[in-house]
Design a protein around this ligand. Structure first.
Ligand SMILES: Cc1ncc(COP(=O)(O)O)c(C=O)c1O
Length: 371
C-alpha cells in the first residue's frame, strides 16, 4: 500500500488533502437543499404512507432484466408530463445521468462541445465517448462559434443552466440560437436550477421558453428536490436510444422502489413550494446586496446574475481554509472550494443560500465575511 501513501503525501504537500466531515448543525450556507425539501417533515410523512405499497425494496436487476416496474414507468410519465416533454429516463444519480447520456449519444464520427466550467460528470461522460470533444471558454459565444467550425458529424453542445461554482447562468438563449443555426443539438444540465426556476420549478429552459430548441435536459434531484437521483428528459426516440445504447443504463441496477417513491413525493413537494421559492428569491437579493456592500470582497461572478450560489474568492489554499474556519467559529457552515474543483488562484468560499435561512443568519454571515 506504499504507493497509496506516496500519492496521498503528494496531495498533502500541495495542501489539497480532502477528508470526510460529518454534517454540522451550524447555520447552513453549504447544502444544496435550496428549498428545504430534505428537511420538510411532510416528505417523511408521505414517504411512510407510501411505503405500505412497496413490494420489493431493491430493483433486483437492470431495468432491461428484472428491474423495471409500473412504479418507475409512472414516475417517468409524471416527470415527462411536468416538463412537457415526450419522455423521461430516471437514473439513480445525476452524475450517472450525465455519464449515461454523454458516453452514448455521439459516435466516433460526431462532436461534443462543452462549456469549460461544466461539472465533472459531464467531463467524465464525454471522456467515455468516442466522439471528438472540445470545450469552449466559459459562456463565450464567440469561442463556441469558433469551436463549432471544427466539428464533424452530429454536434452536441453541453452547458449547465446555472454553474455550480460561480453561480452564474449560461447565456442559454444565445447558445440555443447558435445551435439552431448550426444544426447542433443542445443539452442542458439543469441540476441547480430545476425546482427553482420556471413555472412550479420546471427549470430555466421552460422559464425562457426555449424547450423546442433543447435536445435533452438533465436533472439532478440532490439539490432543490432535497432528495437523490437524476433524469434525462427529451424525446421518446432519445429514451429508446439510451435504453439500447447507454451502458450505465443497461449494465447497472435500476432505481430502487424506495427511491422511486421518494422522487415522486419530492416532485409533488417541489411543485407545492411556491412560498419557499419566494423566500429564496428574497434571500438571494438580500445576500447579494450585502455582499456587494463589503469593501474589497471579490465575488466569483461579477455579472448581474442573482443566483442562490455565490462564490467569495479567497486566493490560496491556506487562506481559504482559514476563512472557512473563521466562519465555522461563528457557527456558519460554508465550505472552502479548492483546486482541482476550481482553478488555482480562484479558491473560494462557496455560499448557498436557502429558503429557510433567516435575514439575521445572512447578517451574521456578512459580518463574518467582513472581518
Ligand atoms: C451540474 C451538476 N450536474 C450533475 C451533478 C451530479 O448530480 P448528483 O449529485 O445527483 O450525482 C451535479 C452535482 O453536484 C452538478 O452540480
Amino acid at each position: 500500500m506504499k504507493f497509496l501513501e506516496t500519492r496521498l503525501d503528494f496531495i498533502d504537500e500541495a495542501g489539497l488533502t480532502r477528508s470526510l466531515q460529518n454534517r454540522t448543525e451550524s447555520i447552513d450556507f453549504c447544502s444544496n437543499d435550496y428549498l428545504g425539501i430534505a428537511r420538510n417533515p411532510e416528505f417523511h410523512k408521505r414517504f411512510m404512507e407510501g411505503l405500505a405499497d412497496v413490494q420489493k425494496s431493491g430493483a433486483t436487476g437492470s431495468r432491461l432484466l428484472s428491474g423495471n416496474s409500473p412504479e418507475i414507468d409512472a414516475l417517468e410519465a409524471k416527470i415527462a408530463a411536468f416538463h412537457q416533454a415526450e419522455a423521461a429516463l430516471v437514473i439513480p444519480t445525476g452524475y450517472q445521468a450525465n455519464v449515461a447520456l454523454l458516453s452514448s449519444i455521439a459516435t466516433r464520427h460526431d462532436t461534443i462541445i462543452r462549456d469549460e466550467l461544466c461539472h465533472a460528470s459531464i467531463i467524465d461522460g464525454m471522456r467515455m465517448s468516442q466522439a471528438k470533444t472540445f470545450s469552449f471558454r466559459h459562456n463565450d459565444i464567440q469561442d463556441l462559434r469558433q469551436k463549432m467550425g471544427k466539428r464533424l458529424g452530429q454536434t452536441f453542445v453541453v452547458v449547465e443552466s446555472l454553474y455550480s461554482m460561480d453561480g452564474d447562468y449560461a447565456k442559454l438563449e444565445e447558445i440555443a440560437e447558435l445551435c439552431r443555426k448550426n444544426d447542433a443539438r443542445l443539452i442542458v444540465d439543469e441540476a441547480h436550477s430545476v425546482g427553482i426556476h420556471g413555472e412550479n420549478g420546471r427549470g430555466l429552459v421552460q422559464e425562457l421558453g426555449i424547450d423546442e430548441l433543447v435536445f435533452a435536459q438533465v436533472f439532478a434531484y440532490g439539490k432543490a428536490f432535497g432528495y437523490q437521483g437524476g433524469a434525462i428528459v427529451g424525446s421518446s426516440l432519445l429514451k429508446q436510444y439510451l435504453v439500447n445504447k447507454s451502458r450505465p443504463v443497461i449494465y447497472s441496477t435500476g432505481m430502487s422502489a424506495h427511491q422511486v417513491l421518494g422522487l415522486s413525493i419530492a416532485y409533488d413537494l417541489v411543485q407545492e413550494a411556491q412560498d419557499e421559492r419566494q423566500a429564496l428569491k428574497s434571500n438571494v437579493i438580500y445576500l447579494i446586496e450585502g455582499l456587494k456592500n463589503i469593501e474589497g470582497l471579490q465575488l466569483a461572478n461579477n455579472s448581474r446574475d442573482q443566483s442562490h450560489i455565490q462564490g467569495v474568492i479567497v486566493p490560496g489554499n491556506e487562506e481559504v481554509l482559514a476563512k472557512a474556519q473563521a466562519l465555522q467559529s461563528a457557527d456558519i457552515y460554508a465550505v472552502a472550494v479548492r483546486k482541482p474543483t476550481v482553478a488555482e488562484g480562484q479558491e473560494r468560499i462557496r455560499i448557498c443560500v436557502h429558503a429557510y435561512n433567516t435575514k439575521s443568519e445572512i447578517d451574521l454571515l456578512l459580518k463574518t465575511l467582513d472581518t
